[in-house]
Design a protein around this ligand. Structure first.
Ligand SMILES: [Zn+2]
Length: 100
């Protein structure tokens, strides 16, 4: 989905800061694939959302043939579609090493 023209805010209730990152996991049923979004986050809330999403993904039940990859962190770019968003793997590793 293209980004709306107004600033996107952090998913955290009452945070109110602009979202900079998208926490999302690649989902596929073997025919189509898409990014399942867990949260849009500002830098302050990112660590909490990322760990929350990994936890949710691990608990999520999948139908046979369904694939849901561990969530990653993507840089939000205005007007860019999901598949054009760069994935920030270094940041993911950094956050994961915070809390083993
Ligand atoms: Zn926030």
């Amino acid at each position: 989905m293209p980004m709306p023209p107004y600033p996107v805010l952090c998913t955290t209730p009452a945070c109110g800061r602009p979202a900079v990152y998208k926490v999302a996991a690649r989902w596929s049923d073997g025919i189509t694939s898409e990014l399942k979004t867990y949260a849009l986050s500002c830098p302050d809330c990112l660590s909490a959302w990322f760990h929350h999403s990994r936890h949710e993904q691990a608990r999520c039940r999948r139908a046979p043939g369904e694939i849901l990859e561990p969530p990653g962190i993507y840089l939000l770019i205005r007007g860019e579609r999901d598949r054009g968003l760069p994935r920030l793997e270094d940041l993911e590793r950094e956050l994961l090493s915070d809390r083993p």
